[in-house]
Design a protein around this ligand. Structure first.
Ligand code: SB7
Ligand code: NI
Length: 185
């Protein structure tokens, strides 16, 4: 299982590389990676498991964060009154997006960043994505709200981009023209 000690932090070169596409069929090692990424975030949303293993909660985890430079991430998001969203995305792509932008009103965090970085991170409000599942089957989803924001955060990890790269250094809380804030919790 993946523990916090397996997660690389800011300054590690893996977080700044453009990750490699995955080829199918998956190797046993690739399958294990996918399963473990998803298991980490499911575990991290269970208070007891978190406490037992010292996990930090997250809604997504990308392979480069465990020092594997491959285009894979997992998302697991449970929001009140919504269907839970849980998947592994292999070679993911945004195929279209809204003009409208959004940002998390409380800012973003990252399991690879051990400090609070304040500021608005502009994201597309709505995206249509394509990715492959572990069986090599392509799937397509429309995402909005937190799942859309989280998908863009994870996709950035596959391209060596950190959330704070998008924050205006001079004016971190500068209004983003036309953006609609997303309130979490
Ligand atoms: C806030 C948190 C996340 C995504 C979007 C907004 C995920 C945090 C966990 N990760 O570091 C995953 O890369
Ligand atoms: Ni992150």
């Amino acid at each position: 299982m993946i523990l916090m000690s397996d997660i690389v932090r800011e300054g590690h070169p893996a977080l700044r590389k453009v990750a490699e596409e995955v080829t199918f069929p998956l190797t046993d090692e690739d399958k294990k990676l996918c399963e473990e990424l998803l298991q980490y975030i499911i575990n991290s949303q269970d208070d007891e498991v978190c406490e037992r293993y010292g996990l930090r909660p997250g809604i997504g985890l990308a392979a480069p964060q465990v020092n594997v430079s491959k285009r894979v991430f997992a998302l697991h998001i449970e929001e009140e009154n919504k269907e839970p969203l849980s998947f592994v995305a292999i070679n993911p792509k945004i195929i279209s997006h809204s003009v409208e932008r959004t940002y998390l009103s409380n800012g973003e965090g990252c399991l690879s960043v051990d400090r609070d970085v304040e500021g608005f991170v502009p994201r597309y409000s709505r995206i249509t994505i394509k990715a492959f599942d572990m069986d090599g089957k392509e799937f397509k989803l429309r995402l909005k709200g937190l799942p859309s924001i989280a998908f863009q955060h994870e996709l950035d990890h596959l391209n060596g981009v950190m959330f704070y790269d998008h924050i205006d250094p001079k004016e971190p809380f500068k209004e983003i023209p036309g953006a609609v804030p997303f309130e979490r919790d």
